[in-house]
Design a protein around this ligand. Structure first.
Ligand SMILES: [Zn+2]
Length: 144
C-alpha cells in the first residue's frame, strides 16, 4: 500500500471521480483529465505499484491486453482516431507524473501537434561494436 496520497488508488477504489471505460478485478481504465487528444485513456492496475519494477508482470501483461482492446474500441467509437500511441512513462526522468503505473492509450490523427521531441544526438548512428557492447551489458543484467 502507498504511504502517501495516490490519486489513481483513490480512483480505482471509488473515492475520487473518473469517467471509466473498463474495469475488472486487476485493472481499470478511465479518461485522462488532461487529454493529449479527445479519447485519451489511462489503464492502471488496481493494486498500487509506483514503478514498473514494482508491478506484478501478469498484471502488466493484462494492462497491455486491455490497452490493445481499448485502441480498437477508440477506432470504432467515433472519436477522431487515425492511429494510437500506447505510452508508459517509468520514472520522473521519463515523464511519469503520477507514481502509480499507468499505460496511456492516446488516439492520434495527422496534424494533432503531439509527438516525441528528440535530443540533439538522435541523428547519431552508433557503430555495431557499440551496439554489441550495450546489448551485452543488458543481457548480463537480465541474467541477474
Ligand atoms: Zn496508487
Amino acid at each position: 500500500m502507498p504511504a502517501a496520497f495516490c490519486i489513481f488508488c483513490d480512483i480505482v477504489q471509488g473515492k475520487a471521480p473518473a469517467s471509466f471505460v473498463y474495469a475488472d478485478d486487476r485493472v481499470a481504465a478511465f479518461m485522462d483529465i488532461q487529454p493529449v487528444n479527445a479519447g485519451h485513456l489511462l489503464v492502471v492496475p488496481r493494486a498500487h505499484a509506483s514503478h514498473l519494477a514494482d508491478l506484478d508482470p501478469h498484471t502488466g501483461g493484462h494492462m497491455f491486453r486491455v490497452g490493445r482492446e481499448l485502441a480498437g474500441a477508440l477506432g470504432a467509437s467515433g472519436v477522431r482516431c487515425e492511429g494510437v500511441n500506447l505510452f508508459l512513462a517509468d520514472g520522473e526522468a521519463a515523464g511519469q507524473e503520477v507514481a502509480h503505473v499507468h499505460l496511456h492509450v492516446i488516439p492520434r490523427f495527422r496534424g494533432d501537434g503531439f509527438g516525441f521531441r528528440f535530443g540533439p544526438d538522435y541523428g547519431f548512428v552508433p557503430k555495431r561494436d557499440n551496439l554489441d557492447q550495450t546489448a551485452a551489458a543488458i543481457r548480463k543484467a537480465l541474467e541477474n
